[in-house]
Design a protein around this ligand. Sequence first.
Ligand code: CP
Length: 317
Amino acid sequence: MEKPFHRRDLLGIKDLSAEEVLGILDTAESFREISSREIKKVPALRGKTIINLFFEASTRTRTSFELAAKRLSADAVNISVSTSSVAKGETLVDTALTLDAMQPDCIVVRHSSAGVPHQLARISKAAIVNAGDGTNEHPTQALLDAMTIREHKQRIAGLKVAILGDILHSRVARSNIHLLTKLGATVRVAGPRTLVPEDFESLVEEGLTVAQSVEEAIEGTDVVMILRIQKERQDSAFFPTLSEYAVHYGLTSERLALAKDDAIVLHPGPMNRGIEIASEVADSARSQILDQVKYGVTVRMAVLYLATGGRPARDDE
Ligand code: CP
């Protein structure tokens, strides 16, 4: 198979070409049926070692990277920061160099600070995969969102996508805006003015518009992506109360009725039910939230494969 992705690291979507994004998605398609088998394992990455280094909480991303590695027969190790030497004051760089000395093929990292994966990529011999860095990017989330959209809409180009809520703190929004506009979708973002940063306006020519209201953003869309209110990143009052947020910006059935009849609903999780999304929407037939989780494993299989197997050796770069 021709290599669709020639980089060692996956640090973000911003710097990828549309062809590279499509190459990762097509590789994921080729791995899709493995997860439906009775024996969910192929030897593609036998002998490879993957370390999951998560400095922030995660259910979906960490578990799916571990499952993805195991379904490809790689050895997967999860580092729990609270029980590692980070808790004794070891620096990020010393932790990374220590893990690198054990000769893993790939380190998957999540950190609350933007740029940490890029820092590790400069000092590590292993491939680095960004599993979410601060408010910067969450590339594998955007890839699994794209795989879910392609499954239900058979395309990305020409679709209208609304991304709603806490855009300011959302690495998911950033990665999705880069990916969706690269592939020819148009994206409308909306939320409280305090949570929709001004610099997003500068991306208008790339297929992004900032809508004046949630209703305006949803009108006629094919995909409605609602973001989590990130309480852990809110160091000032961006809106008065959570209940007011739910009233003015929450995705209810009434607001969803403004989208196309066959519009799908996505949420990266974890959900704050009754705040950014009503339970009746989250549990409706329009909701593809569990498909997002399912394709998270498939997309991460593709990313690990390309980062550790389907890539040139470092010396070839
Ligand atoms: N979407 C996402 O990143 O979920 P987790 O925080 O559970 O990994």
